[in-house]
Write a protein that binds this ligand. Structure first.
Ligand code: FPP
Length: 247
């Protein structure tokens, strides 16, 4: 089926996932298959980012979360880190106006204090520029690790309890979730990981508790709108029970 046929089918089926999260994997392998340097794989992956943002907008997804740079990625060779940071800046520079016009609210989630000043400035700029939008929230996870996010939430709770602004008996699942980067987002309905790897890789450990997982064999630079719609179609055929028995 073509992308438009798939889109029509999704609409007939109904239930579009509100929140889709993606672990964008396989840029390096895509480049290696073509005997290209790894940064060119990431550059090509940027096109896929554009595709899935447009696809999500058209399908009516409300939240799109993309894992763009993990805490562990800081251990990659400096040339690759700087290539990824420049790509991020370039993406923001090139796309900010269009994203704003499309109704996208961009947010960057993670330990952004570690970003170089230019990247940090670009992040702050696009966040402010698109803050008023509400059609699609695009969460870019950068310098993000889920365990660190959980520890940060625990530390914030400890500080509040020590300061006397929070009582231990008020610490429940909702209070904990409110102290994560994703505080005002619903949990993902669907997680897609590309390139066939079957791992969570320290992404959204708390938030994925009841998320449907879909592993796609497609390398991220080859992943487009059609692949996104196929994943949503697969999701629509799942039976989500959240630990309960069928009605
Ligand atoms: C994983 O591929 C991908 C990344 C570490 C970076 C993802 C970045 C982009 C798609 C480009 C820019 C992003 C934005 C938001 C503009 P890998 O390098 O681990 O691939 P491999 O497993 O094949 O080596």
């Amino acid at each position: 089926m073509t992308a438009n046929e798939l889109l029509a089918q999704l609409r007939v089926n109904g239930a579009i996932p509100r929140h889709v999260a993606i672990i964008m994997d396989g840029n390096g392998r895509w480049a290696r298959e073509r005997m290209l340097p790894r940064p060119l794989g990431h550059r090509s992956g940027m096109k896929s980012v554009r595709e899935v943002v447009e696809g999500a907008l058209e399908a009516g997804v409300e939240y799109l979360s993309l894992f763009a740079f993990s805490q562990e990625n800081w251990q990659r060779p400096p040339v690759e880190i700087s290539a990824l940071m420049s790509l991020l800046e370039e993406y923001i520079q090139r796309e900010a106006d269009e994203l704003e016009g499309q109704g996208v609210r961009v947010r960057v989630l993670g330990d952004i204090d570690r970003l170089a000043p230019a990247a940090r400035a670009a992040v702050d700029r696009v966040t402010a520029q698109t803050a008023h939008n509400s059609k699609l929230t695009l969460n870019l996870f950068i310098s993000y690790g889920s365990r660190a996010e959980l520890v940060r939430a625990a530390r914030r709770i400890a500080d509040e309890v020590q300061a006397g602004t929070l009582r231990p008996e008020q610490v429940d699942e909702a209070a904990f979730a409110e102290r994560l980067y994703t505080a005002d987002c619903p949990d993902p309905d669907l997680l897609i990981r590309t390139s066939g790897e079957q791992r969570i890789s320290n992404f959204l450990l708390w938030q994925l508790a009841y998320t449907e997982l879909l592993i796609s064999p497609v390398l991220w630079p080859d992943f487009g709108r059609t692949n996104l719609y196929e994943a949503i179609l697969d999701f629509q055929n799942r039976d989500r029970r959240f630990g309960r028995v069928p009605a």
